[in-house]
Design a protein around this ligand. Structure first.
Ligand SMILES: Cc1cc2nc3c(=O)[nH]c(=O)nc-3n(C[C@H](O)[C@H](O)[C@H](O)COP(=O)(O)OP(=O)(O)OC[C@H]3O[C@@H](n4cnc5c(N)ncnc54)[C@H](O)[C@@H]3O)c2cc1C
Length: 507
């Protein structure tokens, strides 16, 4: 096995996206930077090749490929060296269309997601307002019901793709008195009366448009709302995890690209009769950064693996966003120094890399906000639950499983090779609808489940059926359930070794 995460199929896919980047992006990137515009044909070409659907359901034209295809894709895209291009694509594919894919109605998905996957429609997501971005709950934009329409008033700022997008997912207060419980996500199409967008001049990402949006009595059908009314804040918070993971993966890829380009430059440039790659002080700087990058990549890969397995790893996603974007700034700043005065010249890509990378620690949640989230989780033991009503791709069949079904399936989920030579007896005392009392016996590679409790069990697990189901289906962390007293385990050590003998319900 060459990699814990990537298969030969991922490698073949990597070759194909790499070739696409070299043919369709690299030759035109500088021109797009100067023109401050990326032609929509690029999106269409990505759609025609199927790239825009790798993370979306087959029912809407995607391929629902495992998440490491997305990782591979993002890594290779970022090696184009144009942050504006990768911002446009990643916001469209992994941020703006994510809420729609997760919580949108079938009709909305058919109308917008399908065309976004084909590359026929460009998408944007508008959460940030002039009054503040970090405090999402403080937004002022409102959507008031009038018959079968919402009337939207307010403004948004710093919106990637905001000027050229064919549709924008707009967060609005639908119940301003209810705080975070009064926000909804609503699709507004380009050209809707009262909706205007103007481009903002930026330090970097020159080819990508960043819009200031105004909504003046904009009327859209109520059916344009994504998911449930007033659930928008929770959808945004959950989707942030994917955004932050994606941001970290992209930051790592940009770092790697710049480090490799810098190595080439250090091999060419000579001072005092020696190639600069021979100076120990520079060599040490470079290898320190490669080492840190390797560690950052593994954190991002592990988090991607969690994500691929249906988890919403808030802690790890926040760590990835914080660490990888901060590292990227350090990598690019150090590499900038290696180029001497040429670094400051526009014709050297390091100048663009420097200004494109800097925004990484701000967009999608600043480093300070990441530290706040992490402090709450690590120090105050705050936990986050999944909010989308539907389960993630691949776990569709787990939706209707009761606690009883889950316990009965233990015999099928036993990893026989791990259980060889092991004898354990566990009681499950699960109350409420869908529960029951069961004895689970593991005996030398075999597992039997019988009704009733055993007197000789070394551990008893007891809870309400709904709690047990949530834990098993990954909606509630076992730690939280135990700490809050909702799940009782009489022998934690025995439980830890017991649980390793079984495959996960949705894995
Ligand atoms: C190029 C670009 C593209 C963007 N694209 C999008 C997009 O597509 N959609 C979208 O909705 N938004 C987008 N944004 C907005 C971006 O997500 C916000 O800029 C970001 O969330 C920060 O919000 P803010 O700029 O209002 O800063 P503020 O919230 O005003 O923060 C200012 C400073 O205070 C710090 N701070 C704030 N609160 C705290 C706290 N509680 N504790 C400690 N420090 C704190 C921040 O870390 C920051 O350093 C984009 C921004 C840029 C620049």
């Amino acid at each position: 096995m060459k990699s814990l995460y990537f298969t030969e199929e991922h490698d073949l896919f990597r070759d194909s996206i790499r070739a696409f980047v070299q043919k369709e992006i690299v030759p035109y990137g500088i021109q797009w930077e100067k023109e401050k515009k990326i032609p929509k044909e690029l999106l269409k070409k990505l759609g025609q090749q199927g790239y825009l659907g790798i993370n979306h359901a087959e029912a809407y034209g995607g391929t629902a490929a495992d998440f490491f295809y997305s990782v591979t894709y993002l890594e290779e895209l970022c090696k184009c060296g144009f942050g504006g291009v990768t911002a446009m694509i990643s916001v469209h594919q992994f941020m703006a269309t994510n809420h729609l894919a997760e919580a949108g109605s079938d009709a909305l998905k058919k109308k917008y997601l399908t065309r976004a996957i084909q590359g026929e429609m460009l998408a944007a997501i508008a959460v940030t307002e002039p009054g503040g971005g970090s405090d999402v709950s403080a937004m002022l934009t409102t959507a008031v019901k009038d018959g079968d329409e919402y009337v939207i008033n307010g403004s948004k700022t710093f919106i990637t793709n905001g000027v050229h997008a064919d549709f924008v997912v707009v967060s609005c207060k639908t119940n301003p008195a209810a705080g975070v419980n009064g926000i909804s996500l609503i699709i507004v199409e380009k050209g809707t009366k009262g909706f205007t967008a103007t481009n903002l001049e930026k330090m970097g990402w020159h080819s990508s448009d960043t819009g200031e949006l105004a909504f003046d009595n904009v009327r859209v059908p109520i059916s344009n709302r994504i998911g449930e009314e007033n659930m928008g804040f929770f959808y945004i918070m959950e989707s942030f995890q994917l955004e932050r993971l994606v941001a970290g993966i992209m930051a790592n890829a940009a770092s790697e690209h710049v480090l490799n380009e810098t190595l080439k430059y250090m091999d060419e440039r000579e001072t005092f009769g020696r190639k600069i790659k021979k100076y120990q002080v520079l060599r040490h700087d470079i290898v320190n950064l490669f080492t840190e990058l390797e560690a950052a990549k593994h954190l991002a890969y592990y988090t991607s693996w969690q994500f691929a397995n249906g988890m919403i790893p808030v802690k790890e996603c926040s760590m990835v966003k914080l660490h990888c974007t901060e590292l990227s700034n350090r990598v690019i700043d150090t590499c900038f120094q290696m180029y001497g005065g040429y670094a400051f010249m526009e014709e050297y890509p390091i100048a663009r890399a420097y200004r494109d990378a800097r925004i990484g620690t701000i967009v999608g949640g600043t480093s300070q906000i990441m530290r706040e989230i992490l402090a709450k989780m690590i120090i105050d033991d705050v936990q986050y639950k999944k909010v989308y009503k539907e389960e993630k791709e691949g776990s569709e069949s787990t939706k209707s499983l009761s606690a009883k079904d889950i316990i009965l399936s233990l015999s099928e989920r036993l990893k026989a090779e791990k259980a060889e030579g092991i004898t354990q007896t566990f009681n499950f005392d699960i109350s409420g609808n869908g529960g029951g009392q069961f004895t689970v016996k593991v005996n030398n590679g075999k597992c039997t489940v019988t009704e009733g409790l055993s007197d000789s069990a070394e551990c008893t697990v007891s809870s309400e059926a709904s709690v047990y189901e949530e834990v098993e289906l990954g909606k509630l962390s076992p730690e939280t359930a135990v700490m809050s007293g909702q799940l009782k385990i009489s022998n934690l050590m025995a439980m830890m070794s017991f649980s390793k003998l079984f495959r996960r319900v949705n894995g």
